[in-house]
Design a protein around this ligand. Structure first.
Ligand code: CLF
Ligand code: SF4
Length: 456
């Protein structure tokens, strides 16, 4: 069994990684480079026309780059985006089904932008074969998507896997994949590499099985468990089967259960694109077109170090304030749950009608805790009538927010405002820093008696 507490060195590394540290994601950015188009397994929630669903937003197509193009792009982004702290490869297929492109790209990044951490996300089928390259390149963060440890459960998720010229199907395929995932995880953890496990929560398939998955991966040395809701790619097997995503409450309950068992749970995953750039929740890929970059962009390492030292100071300040608040907190303090519409940047800055997700927070009136991200279909699609089925969409959103007392957004129409109010969710138009807006809104709402603090 692996030790579960981290060394100081590992804690230090986590502090700048926006996925491994909830606080860091407010300050530090990641960049994904889509250099890996092929995949070696089939997941029933995936359609290969789109990016890998294991660590990407379903239904999205990323343009594939060559390692040479990737090098130019990373240099160009690092020269401009000073808070870039992590460069990851997460698709659009499986990075380790494209090992030459993946490791060539990592080697180039390491050589030209040595201060960024390298991050790899894989289905794990061939991970054990690449451990030496991972260590040699100094890749310190690896994510493995593990949806099952029982081959009978796995057989309902993976119809086939392909390895060394052989196609395996059914239970045999799942058994092979699971054994490789666990072996790869154990090998990396023993070498001190920080392994995060992603699991997709699939109601009726693995939802009751995921606590056992969490327990096992923790025993093998995983640092963090990220359970994300099933979002089915168009045209996938699960779409044809009529499978449904879990309700937000079900996902939340599962995360709580896993957390109670002692595993560190990631709750701020934004299911990024395989070519995402920026803070989590922001996608600034279009701000950095490859064509607009110099042939050989110059990265000023000194300027980057100064900028990031400053960010570290802000991050430390924030962490110590949080700790002080936790120390002073009385057990059982009542909490209010809020939903926030944001385009990123830690700000309330999105109109209700355009939101495709809400960040969900709990507050006791003095501190604020992010408890998850809930995806929705946008109420307004931007067409003349927004979308043909607005009433149904609104009802779905209301049901997804049913445990929230307040909704913060930068604007909202009269009809949704009235419906939310009627359902007991108070919509408030605010702009600016999320935490400040939450604390001010809760105070305001309590003063006017609009909310019952102890709901949820
Ligand atoms: Fe990218 Fe993944 Fe590395 Fe993060 S994302 S490869 S660990 S740098 Fe992060 Fe995005 Fe969620 Fe992934 S929010 S989808 S967990
Ligand atoms: Fe799709 Fe990713 Fe699964 Fe491959 S590993 S089938 S790309 S979801």
């Amino acid at each position: 069994m692996q030790p579960t507490c981290l060394s100081d060195e590992a804690e230090g590394e986590l502090s700048r990684h926006p996925c491994y540290s909830e606080e860091a994601h407010r300050f530090y950015a990641r960049m994904h480079i889509p250099v890996a188009p092929a995949c070696n397994i089939q997941c029933n929630y995936c359609n290969r026309k789109f990016d890998c669903v294991n660590e990407s937003r379903p239904g999205v197509v990323s343009e594939v780059l060559t390692p040479q193009q990737a090098e130019r792009k990373v240099k160009g982004v690092a020269a401009q985006l000073m808070q870039l702290s992590v460069v990851g490869i997460a698709g659009p297929g499986d990075p380790l089904a494209n090992p030459e492109e993946t490791f060539d790209t990592f080697a180039r990044v390491k050589q030209h932008v040595p201060d960024v951490a390298l991050c790899l996300s894989t289905n794990g089928l061939t991970l054990y074969r690449h451990v030496d390259e991972i260590v040699e390149l100094g890749i310190r963060h690896v994510t493995i998507t593990i949806n099952a440890i029982d081959p009978d459960v796995g057989a309902a998720i993976y119809p086939w896997v392909f390895d060394e010229g052989v196609r395996y199907e059914g239970r045999e395929a799942a058994e092979l994949l699971i054994s490789r995932q666990l072996k790869g995880l154990e090998m990396l953890a023993q070498l001190g590499i920080l392994v995060k496990v992603n699991s997709i929560m699939i109601p009726g398939v693995n939802d009751h099985h995921l606590p056992a998955v969490s327990q096992r991966v923790k025993e093998l040395g995983a640092t963090l468990h990220n359970v994300t809701p099933l979002i089915i790619a168009p045209g996938s097997q699960y779409e044809q089967d009529g499978r449904k995503a879990p309700r937000p409450k079900e996902l939340h309950n599962l995360q709580e259960l896993i957390g109670r068992d002692g595993m560190k749970v990631m709750r701020h995953c934004r299911q990024c694109r395989a070519d995402a750039i920026g803070l989590l929740g922001q996608d600034r890929n279009r701000d950095f077109p490859l064509e607009a970059m110099e042939a050989d962009p110059v990265v000023n390492q000194e300027a980057r170090a100064l900028f990031q030292n400053d960010l570290d100071a802000k991050l430390r300040e924030r962490l110590s304030a949080k700790q002080a608040r936790l120390n002073g907190l009385q057990a059982g303090t009542p909490k209010t749950r809020l939903a926030v519409a944001t385009r990123g940047g830690d700000k309330v800055n999105q109109h209700f009608g355009h939101a495709t997700e809400f960040l969900i927070y709990d507050t006791d009136g003095t501190g604020v805790e992010l408890i998850g991200v809930r995806k929705i279909q946008a109420y307004c699609h931007g067409t003349a009538d927004c979308n043909g089925d607005k009433a149904v969409t609104l009802q779905e959103i209301i049901s997804i927010l049913s445990d929230c007392r307040i909704l913060l957004c930068s604007g909202i129409g009269e009809a949704p405002r009235a419906s939310l109010n009627k359902a007991g969710v108070l919509p408030l138009v605010r702009k600016g820093d999320i935490r400040e807006a939450i604390l001010e809104s809760v105070k305001y709402s309590s003063y006017f008696g609009n909310i019952n603090i102890s709901k949820g």
